[in-house]
Design a protein. Sequence first.
Length: 356
Amino acid sequence: MSVTQPTKSNYILAVDDIPDNLLLIQLSLEQEGHRVVVANNGKTALKQIKKAPPSLILLDVMMPGMDGYEVTRRIREDRNIPFIPILLVTAREESSLVEGLDAGADEFVRKPFQLDELQARVRSMLRLKETIDQRENFVSCLTHDLRTPLVAANRMLDLIQQQAFGEVNNEQKEAIASILSSNQNMLQMLNTLLETHQYELGQKTLSFIPVNLQQLIVEVVTELQPLAIEKGIELKQNIASEVPEIKGDRLELRRVFTNLIGNAIKFTDKGAVKVSLDHNKSQVLVTVKDTGIGISPQDQKAVFQRYHQGNHRRSGKGLGLYLCQQIINAHQGQITVTSEVGKGATFSFWFPKQLS
C-alpha cells in the first residue's frame, strides 16, 4: 500500500506501517464525515504533504526507516509547508511525549485508544487549524487594506507638494515631506510584513532565472552610496573574477542585498561597509561586513527570528532579517552572522551554484 490520492487539500493524512491500524483510523474518522488519506511510511507521507498539504496529520511514532519524530521534524523544518497540526499516535511511555513535543507535534493519543477520544482530539486539532488559518487570512487582508489608503494619501501629498492646488510655503513643504517620509516607512513595513506572511504560508511564488550577482551588487551599492556618503563612511566592493550566475529570483535577491547593506550603513557611524562576492567549486558566497556597533552574543542567537528587536534605539521591527533568511532558504542557501560589540558585524550567506 502506498498512498491514496486526494483531489483537494482539505483532508486528514493518517500514517502508519500497520494496515489494520490505518483501516481503524480511517473508518472511525469517516464516520465523522472526514476525508482520510492513508500512507504506510514516512517517506511517502512527506511526498504527499508537499504535493497537497492536509488539514491534519495523524502520525504513528514507531515506524521502520523513518519514525514519527523524524517525520515531524522534517515537516516543521520545511518552510515551504504551511502550519499543519500533527497528532502523534504512540504506545510508548511519558518519555515519548517530551521528544514528540520537542520535534514539533501538537498533541498525542495513546494506544490502545478509544474511538470517541480519537475523534474528539481530531476535532480539537481541526479547530486549531481553522483558528490559525483565520488569523493568517486576517493578517493578509489587513495588510492589503492598510496599504491602499497610504498609497492614496502619498499621491495626494505629492500633488500638494507640487503646488497642484495652490502655493505651498517652506514650512508647509517641510511638514508634507515629514508626513511622506512617515507614510513611506509605514508602507515599507507593511510590504515586508506581507512578503513575510506569504513565505510563511508557502504562497510565495519565485521566478528562477539566471542572475548576475556582480551586476546586482553594483546596482544596490550605487543606490545606497548616498546614504554612506551622508554618514561619512566608505561603501566598498570586493568582487572575485569569473563568478558564475546563479538561478534565482532577482527581485527577491535584490531585497536581501538592499536590506543587509542598508542595515550595515544604518548601524555604522565611522569606518566602512564592505560587500564581497566570491565562489568555490560548489557555492557562491556573499559577505556584508561593517565596522559598526556590533551585535551582542544574546542578540546574535535570535537575530533571524521573527519580530526580534535588538536593544539598540536604531533597531527595526524585527522582520527584515527574518525575511532575508526566508528568501535565502528558498534559494537553498544559508545565512549566518558573526559579531563583536563595538567592532562591527559580518553577515555571510551562500547559495549552491546549481539549485536542485
